[in-house]
Design a protein around this ligand. Sequence first.
Ligand SMILES: [Zn+2]
Ligand SMILES: [Zn+2]
Length: 397
Amino acid sequence: MVSYRALFNSPLSGMSPISPNEPRAPLIWTNALMFALTFAAAAILVPWYGLTHGFSTADWGVFVFFLGANGIAITAGYHRLWAHRTYDAHWSVRLLYLVFGTMALQNSAFAWCSGHRTHHLHVDDVDLDPYSARRGFWFSHIGWMLRAYPSGQPDFANIPDLKKDAMLDFQHRYYLPLALATNFGLPLAAGFLFHDVWGMLILAGVLRLVWSHHVTFFINSLAHMWGTRPYTEDNSARDNPVLAVITYGEGYHNFHHIFTHDYRNGVRWWQWDPTKWLIAGLERVGLARRLKRTPVFQIQRALLAMQFTRAQARLAKFPAAGPSHIEQLRARLAHEYESFLAAVADWARVKEQWLEEKKRAVLEQWEQVDVQSRLRDIERRLSQQLRRMRVLQAQLL
Ligand SMILES: [Zn+2]
Ligand SMILES: [Zn+2]
């Protein structure tokens, strides 16, 4: 469980922005105006209309519906389906993702996924990551879209699989008219339906767009700055349950950056990740299949490796022959590490045996069950060890 003290241990101020040595990139006027005008319109029109005319329940209802549909289309569609291919979805689901993903106004799926794959490949690199958090909050949040930075130039060579998809190709070709049609057409239609065109345009049109934009942008900015790193410190991505609540589960970004092919971001059953529940639900009703899950063992191994690194770093602050309780902790840590290595070796051995036998096709059903239970035993050993390590870690604070 993430403690809130740990959550705030990595504040924004902990990172000083670095800029690459490059000439000032030219402003992209269309993007700058779109972001500035929609933000200003939301800030002025929403309170003005609210005070002078008032919003109806239908205005709020449609606002929430479009907001959720846009968010889910980006997380379950653009992100987990197309950028990372963590599952397969029925065409009807893909069509809905495409309609509401277009409405979210975050560029075509081609451009979005290509940039996102580059982000994962070169995460934190100031020259190559299109929204590198090392270039500061503003840049990673929105600044990267305001100027034509070299790192932001699209290279569709990394989306050969997506380019074969006729639906995505159509969206890319007609992106602008489709984006305008969904952003004006859908709120307008709702306005006529509920007899409040202006209220609907302001709430379900403008406020919905601005809100949906910044919530997604938080994944590139805040989710790389604020939170904990239980799985890896190889990159700046953070797990943050607070962000997960407003981003449909994308706040578990540290897990996501190490296990990118998992359809879940919040991997534990209790972690708030409505996108994973939706995908699992779609699988239940036959609209999604081939969901990719990271083996439990790999997750535990990553968690334990981080625990050992942290405990070792903390113990290293004490003198070589420190106070007796520190020496005891050192001995316990060494012992835990040995048993961790033994479990990892056991796992590799059982797994290799299993694969060998499978290859020779001699594995009977009952033998398979036996192997599975041996592997589960090792997982149990590791989860007990994780609990012991957390106790040990607490003693080192
Ligand atoms: Zn991703
Ligand atoms: Zn990221």
